[in-house]
Design a protein around this ligand. Sequence first.
Ligand SMILES: *Cc1c(COP(=O)(O)O)cnc(C)c1O
Length: 475
Amino acid sequence: MEKSEFRKRAHELVDWMADYLEQKENYRVTPGVAPREIINQLPLNPPEKGESFDQIMQDFKEIIVPGMTHWQHPAFFAYFPANNSEPSILAEMLMSTMGAQCMSWLTSPAATELEERVCDWIRDAKGINSSWKGCIHDTASTATLSALLTAREKATNYEINENGFSKSEVFRVYSSAHVHSSIDKALKIAGIGVANLVRIPVDKNFAMIPDALEQAIKEDLENGFRPLCVISALGTTSSTAVDPIREISEICHSFDIWHHIDAAFAGTALLLPEYQKLIEGHELADSYVFNPHKWMFTNFDCTIMYLKEPRYLVNTFSMTPEYLKTSLDEEVNNYRDWGIPLGRRFRALKLWFVIRSYGLEGIRQKLRNHISLARNTEKLILGHAELEILAPVNFNTICFRFSAEKLGLDEANRFNESWMNSVNATGLAFFSHTKLDGKYVIRWVIGQTDVTEKHIQNAWSLLLEKLEETKKEFS
Ligand SMILES: *Cc1c(COP(=O)(O)O)cnc(C)c1O
């Protein structure tokens, strides 16, 4: 493509982008396409000759966009959001234009130093101990795997990195029963095995019971296992339950076990001083992860990991072959040594744009708005005689269901599933579900950048309308 055409097309695309952002709520949230409907519209073979940009753009509009789920739609209430914002999108444009690969200080000094500074900014704003150091990863899954590998190497004095698993030692990792699947995956990859994930019972609020943790560790020690790491959740994926960070940190400290705090979604709430009590005691923990790409208006992907003593992480991952050594290695951070991939995107830029554009106060205001919308929604649901909420609303996630007393558990589950599916099928809103104590519950997560009271009201009316229809079907 000629540079002159690039300029013209880029201007056109900016118009498309601005139109999209203005009109995003006119799309169906989920596209309602059938499996293989999109691939069947794509040619079997790639073109041998270049095609015109008009042709490519036309297919983008006609084939791709209608097959997208619109994650930025204000009525996207499913999973956790991956919200974005205008400043973040603009920064992504600049990043992709420069196309820098920021593996070491030398390969982009500004990227490395900006990463250091924005991680410090966010650390301080969240009330994380000022001696901790941060780095950016793609996802929380990667950060948690990195923490687990670091725990393993610290505990064995880097023995497994060097010689592989030679001893018959069996490591144990502890987590609440509501653990995120990324933790199971990390145990698989780290060679520890999912069978050695000990799921600690939770209390009525779905938070880990510290006494049960301590007991499990003691039993494992008696049985010859090697307790390695506890992964606590500050905001579980099911219901945003919060494990008691101080008690868990103290237990880990006394047994010399690594404590990794998974705050992937809810960690953003720590930007609000009123939530910072949730991480009191974290100074005794070892690592912490949260995703600005979920609830902090920063495009996917962007995860920040904080470490009390980064040297353990760096010792685990660093390997500097001759061709990557530079004369400045002693004075600077080479973030390639802080994680799994060598190559790194310039993710700090979008965080910098977001934080400077909103200001911390602007971000806090949006978070408080989401939380207050969630409180109002909780009241709406509680005010309905046939609905119940099954977990505390700690942030902006509400787990609710139609509590059909006459129906047994299985039938009630089918009812709620069918109700949610009928709502989602309209394309007007999108919810997802989880199970709490075996009960199928609908999760309503209110964290979209542009969600307002109006979107809540519309979704509420839709839920009530479909509830009546579902009742008729089940009567
Ligand atoms: C979303 C989530 C993850 C996984 O996040 P990725 O960045 O997609 O890997 C892990 N833990 C919790 C608690 C989450 O909510």
